[in-house]
Each structure stands twice: as C-alpha cells, then as structure tokens.
Ligand binder design. Sequence first.
Ligand SMILES: [Fe+2]
Length: 249
Amino acid sequence: MAANCFSSGSNMFQEPRGENLSSAIGYTQKMTVPAAVTAQSLYDRFSVPPNLQEHMLRVAAVAEIIAGRCAGVTVDFSSLMSACLLHDLGNIVKFEIDKYPHYLGAEVVRRDYWEGVQRDMIERYGTDDHAVTAVMLEEAGIPVVVRRLIDSKSFPHAIEIADGTDWTRKIFLYSDLRVAPLGIVSLDERLDEALARLEKYRGRADLADAARRIESQLASVSSPLLTDADSGVIDSRIPELRKFPLPGG
Ligand SMILES: [Fe+2]
C-alpha cells in the first residue's frame, strides 16, 4: 500500500481484545478486557440481513483496494473503512421486500422472518433510513468523524464531493457506487440501476456526471482503479473485514 496515501490506518487488523492477560503480565488473578467492537458484532446487534452485510463489506473491500493503490493524496483510512462497513446499517427499514424479494439472496426462504425484523426496526427507529443509521451509530458509540462521513456521503452530495478535495469522501462514495445490491458492477451499470430503481434520482444527470468526474479523479491517483481480477479479491476479503475493529465502538 502506498504509505504516503494515509493519514492513519497502520492499525488495520489488530488482534481482537478480550484475551486472558494474566499469563502475559504475571497476575495470579484473571483479568479480561472487553472484546473489540467489530463490523460483525454491530451487524449482529442491529439484525442486519446477510445481503446488506455483504453490500457494506464489498464496499469496504473496494475502498481498501482503491486507497491501497492511491498515491500523492491523503486518505483517512481508518475512518474510510469504518464508514464503508457501517454506512447502510439501518437500511432494512426501507427494503421493498415485496418488490425485490431476491435481494435477500439465500435468506429469501426466511422472508417472513426478515419482514418481522423490518417491522421491529421500524417500530423502534422509524422509517427514515438515514436517520435510523445515524441513531444506531450513535448508540454504538461510533466516533463523530465516522458518523459525519456517513452522513455526508449520500448520492445527492456527489457534486459537492466531486468539486472538493476530500479524497476519503471521493473513495467512499465511489466505492458505494461500484457495489450494486447483487455485487460489483461498472459505474454506468450502477447509475443506470439506481436511476431506474429510485424515483428520487430520475433525471438527475448532474449527479451522474459528478459521479463520472469522481471516477476520473480517482483514476488519476489510483491506478489501476479496479480490474476484473479485483472481483475475486473483493469477495476473498469479506471474512477478514467482518473482524475489522471499529474505533470507539
Ligand atoms: Fe451502500
């Protein structure tokens, strides 16, 4: 990885805490410290469906590849990874299970169960997915810097992100745009899918143009941006990324 790219991030995969420390430090009395909060522990805590987990894990894997290849720019790697891993934490409240049951993947056989989870989450947190995710992140003690990054990532911010110089935000938004509900796609495929599926983005050519500008900007500092060979790497990173230790969680 290009060392000059990151403002932080060498602590990517620390060993989970929670081990018995008594032998290491010579205490006769057993001492334990709390286990680290990982991406998976929050997916479990907030009943995140497996397909949504996989989306966030793939976004993180894409961001990891892009950030790892970039040079000459500053990226807050720890915040970037945390934001990718958690950015859609509360999205079950907006799932249209009737319309897109296949998005549940293998869990479609437990559709009734996930519809029940959705009802519970809506009752507890409401129906605004952005607000739901924000509350969950706050409940989980995720630092403000990560919460702000997530809050300012959504597609309507594409123009501002393209115009700006924050490379962490550019990588974050772009990585999310390369991961469709069922896997990695080209930017154009993703834009076509999102613009067709989501009424609020229909006719927003300005946002699509901004996304393409971000892709060009990233291609100029991170080469190659993503290759076909990266698809296999992305899925192979998923088990490790589930264990990613989250800051302040
Ligand atoms: Fe996403």
